[in-house]
Each structure stands twice: as C-alpha cells, then as structure tokens.
Design a protein around this ligand. Sequence first.
Ligand code: GDP
Length: 460
Amino acid sequence: ILKKLLLLGMMSTINSQIDFDTASLVAGEFGIELEQKIEKTAEDILIEEAPDLEEQLQKRPPIVTIMGHVDHGKTSLLDKIRQSKVTEGEAGGITQHIGAYQVELNGEKITFIDTPGHEAFTAMRARGAQVTDIAIIVVAADDGIMPQTVEAINHAKSADVPIIVAVNKIDRPNANVQKIMQELTEHDLLPEEWGGETIVVPVSAKTGEGIDKLLEMILLVAEVQELKANPDRLAKGTIIEAQLDKGRGPVATVLVETGTLRTGDTIIAGTAYGRVRAMVNDIGQNVSEALPSQPVEVIGFSEVPVAGDILHATPADKLSKQVAEERKDKQKAEILKKMTKVSLDDLFNQIAEGQIKDLNIVIKADVQGSVEAVRQSLEKLSNDEVRVRAIHCGVGAITETDVMLASAANAIIIGFNVRPDNMAQTAAEREKVDIRLYRIIYKAIEDITAAMKGMLEPEF
Ligand code: GDP
C-alpha cells in the first residue's frame, strides 16, 4: 500500500491517514472496490423524509402571489378578494393579517400570500423556499407595463411559476385593455384571446368586477398543475412571517406545504425549535391542525425564526434542540468565514468589493517622534475610497494588547524600528492580524500606497 501511495506521489508511513478518494484509488489497484459509509447526522435522523406514495397524495389548494408595479393595485386587489370571498361558512370571523389568507370559490380553496410585490417572493427564493404556485401580475389598465412589471414577469418566469395577468382599474375612463395586451406580447406573454397561452383577466379592485373570473382562472391553472400533498405525515412548511410578540413570545406564520401541523407537535425551523403551543388561522380562530397550503400563526418557538426558513414537525424532541444548536454553530462558522480580516496583500480587493472604507492602523515605533511622523504621512494617504485612520499609536515593542486591539478593529499593525514580542507574534497568527515592520518611513508609505492601488508586490 505504501508503495502504491508513493507511486501516486504521496509520502506516507504506516501511521498516516489518507482520505477516501485516495484509499479507493489504492484499493482499486488491488482490485478491491471500497464503499464509503457515511454516518448520519442528528439532522438526518431528525428530519427523515420518506417519499410519499401516490395513493397518499391528495389535492391541495394553490398558493398565489400578487406582483406588479407600484400603485397598479396589488394591495387593493388582495383586500377586495378577501372581502368578497371570506371562506364560506366561516364568515363573521375577524380578518387577521398573518401574512397569507385563504378564500373559497365553489367549495375550492385558494391561498393568497398577503405581502404584495416580488421582494418577499425573491427573498424567500434566495433562501431556497418556493411557496408560490401561481403568480398574478397586476397591470393598471390606465397605465401600462412598467419597470417593476417587467421585473415581476422575469421573477415568475425564472422560478417557472405560471403567470396570470390581471389588468386592473378597468373602471377608470381611460382604461385601455387592448393596449396592455399589446404590451404583454412584447414581453413574451401572448394573450389567449390572441391565440397565445397567457390568461389575461380584466378586473377592478374598486368595483369588484372580474374578481370571480380571476379566481376561476386561478383554479383552472391549479387544476392543470395537479397540486398535491400528503396530509397524513408530519408537516413540512415555510415560515412566511415572524416576529416577537410582547405577550406571546416568538410568533411565526407557517404555510404548510405537506403533512398536517398539529398543536403539540415538536417543530424546528432554522435555528428555532419548540412545540406548537397554539395555532391561529387567518380569521383569528384557534385551530388544532393546519392542512397543506393552509397558513397558520404558530406560537411555541424558542426564538424568532427567519422568513423563508423551512419548518419541520419532528418525532423526537430531544434531538431538535441539538440540531438547532448545530445549525447555530454552522451559521456562526459561516459568518466568521465571511468576516475576513484586512491585510495589505488583499487590501485592494477588499476596497473594490466595498468591504473596507476605513483602513485602520495601529502604529508602534521606537521613539515618539517617529510615531507622529509615521501617523501623519500615512493618514495623508486617505483618498475618496479609503480613509487611513490610526486608531492607536505608541512607543515600544508590539504587544499582545496591540494585536487584540487590531483584531477587534480590523486593523493592520505598522511597526517602525520595533518588533512584536513572542506573545504578540502568537496572537497575530491566531487572530490573523497583519503585522508589517519597517525601518524607513518612506517604505511604509510606498507599501500602503501600492496596496491601496492593488499593486503591492507579494511578500515571500
Ligand atoms: P399597490 O401599490 O400596487 O399595492 O397599489 P394600491 O392597491 O395601493 O393602489 C394604488 C392606488 O390605485 C390606490 O389609490 C387605489 O385606491 C387605486 N386603485 C387600485 N385599484 C383600483 C381600481 O381597480 N380602480 C380604481 N379606480 N382605482 C384603483
């Protein structure tokens, strides 16, 4: 084995460790096939997702997002739809703004995301959550396709979400539906009326005209999509809103994607975990279960989850805390990785990326006169992009305290005719603080000027 490793260019001893790829390469040389056993993490055990069987799947309501240009009537439309179609039989409930609501048409439910615009849609997609089945693009009939309309169309298209166009404000005297249809064709949305595939519904959020037609069309598109979920399993959903409520603690609106969420269920969403203490639906009623596509406000999280986080109901509650803690550690590690320390070698890139606006420096020199001279000449290098700022100056060797200060302030250390002591050296390596030593002021100025321009010669 050692000989084979040597032929692969690896000097190893009988005590060396090798990775799986190398091991399987060497084993292959001997005609042996290796199999890698990957240990399950707590997360894998906690969130085990068995695939659903076809017969377990049941029809679920479509989830709809309304997007479009500002002032074209997104909010008005959401309000009007809700007013006119409060879930039949549940009328009388007080409408509750929980981030999404359901309406009913001919016994069929539709879920609307209650935050208009594509910001929420994009923010959630950025987190890997896609909760929208159908996008309604609103265009004001007396205006036309505007920049945000185009953005909305592009977002829906890139997410592969079918589009229905609602041409709004048709009650206005200067409404011109034909003109809007013409503009739609210019954006690859050929109206059905003209032989295309895009459903266009003229509506008025003011009078309510066309609203029923719009809902019918939503149900029609949903029918084609065959939206299904398995209600007989532990719930999985998306956090669509969350906040800290003074009286109730962390509160989050969950849109159930599949399964049924029940009070008492153990839950985890991002780094928040807990147990469903209570659930409130979109008309302010306490409910004990939430079905697929149903939005509910959930109380019982350990902390406020983040919108876009995926919620899982889980069987064991002992593990959920552990998994949440592990996720937290992972998050911290990622943040730390992003917080790269400033260094002269990389200064130009960091400036260019906008990560640095102040170049903080700590100056240590052998005599007070030099400290001042170095400080003044370096601060003079400030330009429009970066301000060079001496955050600490002193006489004497570079100490561990200097390093810790530089680390906290993301500064580099300039030593003039001085050296770091042993403790400082170790600390600098640990904290990744860049220490530069000079004997001539001019050389320090030259280096920093070059670094700011991205022309510092690499140090060997
Ligand atoms: P959003 O920015 O897209 O949410 O638009 P809003 O819903 O806030 O509506 C912008 C303005 O248009 C408001 O003054 C509404 O009253 C008005 N508006 C919205 N829909 C209609 C409509 O169908 N007819 C008329 N006449 N006005 C409307």
